[in-house]
Design a protein around this ligand. Structure first.
Ligand SMILES: Cc1cc2nc3c(=O)[nH]c(=O)nc-3n(C[C@H](O)[C@H](O)[C@H](O)COP(=O)(O)OP(=O)(O)OC[C@H]3O[C@@H](n4cnc5c(N)ncnc54)[C@H](O)[C@@H]3O)c2cc1C
Length: 231
């Protein structure tokens, strides 16, 4: 289904990512983790991209969060202001977590957080009993997306644990460092054989994480993945 909508808010998330909130058209429903196509008109040009819906179905708007690549679509999206029009179509995708499992592990880096943010917000707003562990990797503290919100959700949702690991931390960072690797997964998820994993983001990162999970012997149907080509 195709819908016409308008921008209601623009939220810079970091130096390299921005969220755009659109009015949720009547009749548009989606599940946490799904994506939609966004069509923007810039003069004679029509620009289209698929982006995850980073908002949760519990929220009254539709939000997408885009990495600022400097390419035409990213530039046009980040130049939007409240009141601007866009056409959306969707929702699409099978990378969904509503409440299907009692325990889940989310593994992501950078912009790949978008579907997981939707799932975590949904679980928190609905008071689900699902135990969620998020291992999230970013370059520096300033590049962590939704960091303050994750802290707030951990306060509200005792079943949520978020572990951030930085690959280029500023001096004095007290937390974990480095990428999400086998050592980190083995340490933080000692019962990996019983867990269900969701991983999303740049293909190189997702492929590396899936390879580790396969090496560990995680069942194939316990690994859900979404790749964002273009990163
Ligand atoms: C299911 C799904 C969900 C996604 N969710 C998100 C999300 O939540 N947030 C997000 O930011 N992205 C998401 N993406 C990725 C998104 O669709 C874009 O691919 C990505 O954001 C890059 O778009 P861009 O316009 O910024 O860059 P692009 O202009 O598409 O450039 C991306 C790469 O392609 C190269 N490239 C571009 N044009 C050409 C060409 N003509 N020939 C050769 N190489 C070229 C560029 O050099 C660059 O390396 C998702 C993708 C999928 C499939």
């Amino acid at each position: 289904m195709e819908y016409s909508t308008r921008v209601i808010e623009v939220l810079p998330r970091s130096k390299t990512a921005v969220s755009i909130r659109f009015a949720k058209p009547a009749g548009f429903t989606y599940l946490p983790g799904q994506y939609m196509f966004i069509t923007l008109r810039k003069g004679e040009e029509t620009l289209v991209k698929h982006l995850t819906i980073s908002s949760s179905p519990t929220e009254p708007f539709l939000e997408v969060t885009k990495g600022l690549t400097g390419h035409p679509f990213a530039n046009a999206l980040s130049a939007l202001v409240p009141g601007d029009e866009a056409v959306i179509s969707g929702p699409f995708g099978e990378f969904i977590f509503e409440r299907e499992y009692e325990r889940v592990v989310f593994l992501s880096g950078g912009i790949g957080i978008t579907p997981l943010r939707s799932m975590i917000r949904n679980a928190t707003d609905r008071g689900l009993s699902t135990r969620i562990l998020l291992l999230y990797s970013a370059r520096s503290e300033a590049d962590v997306l939704f960091g303050i919100e994750m802290d707030q959700m951990m306060e509200k949702n005792r079943n949520l644990k978020v572990i951030i690991t930085l690959t280029a931390p500023d001096p004095g960072w007290p937390g974990r460092t480095g990428r999400i690797d086998r050592t980190l997964i083995e340490r933080e998820v000692p019962d990996w054989k019983q867990q269900v994993f969701f991983t999303s983001g740049p293909p190189v990162m997702v492929d590396a994480i899936v390879a580790i999970l396969e090496e560990l012997g995680v069942q194939h149907d316990h690994i859900h993945q979404e790749q964002f080509p273009g990163y």
